[in-house]
Design a protein around this ligand. Structure first.
Ligand code: SF4
Length: 76
């Protein structure tokens, strides 16, 4: 991220999904510059948010139950 800013490839970097999964992500990166964020950008959290039915959280490792998928209008 520092390299992208320093090279002026972008003016800023925004993250949101990664903080849903790892609220302490910045600290983890500060402690280890090689740290890899656990968010895989699957956007299941966004689908949950858009459903207005499911709580916002990371759904990558704990897939919503079939009923939850149906509530989000996603196929199983
Ligand atoms: S559901 Fe997917 S996109 Fe959302 S925080 Fe988890 S891994 Fe990232």
């Amino acid at each position: 991220m520092e390299e992208i800013i320093e090279n002026k490839t972008a003016d800023f970097i925004s993250m949101s999904g990664p903080f849903i999964r790892e609220p302490n992500l910045v600290t983890n990166i500060q402690d280890n510059k090689d740290y890899q964020a656990q968010c895989v950008s699957c956007n299941r959290c966004v689908a949950a948010l858009m459903s207005n039915l499911l709580p916002i959280r990371c759904y990558n490792n704990s897939f919503p139950k079939k009923k939850e998928y149906q509530m989000m209008n996603l196929t199983v």
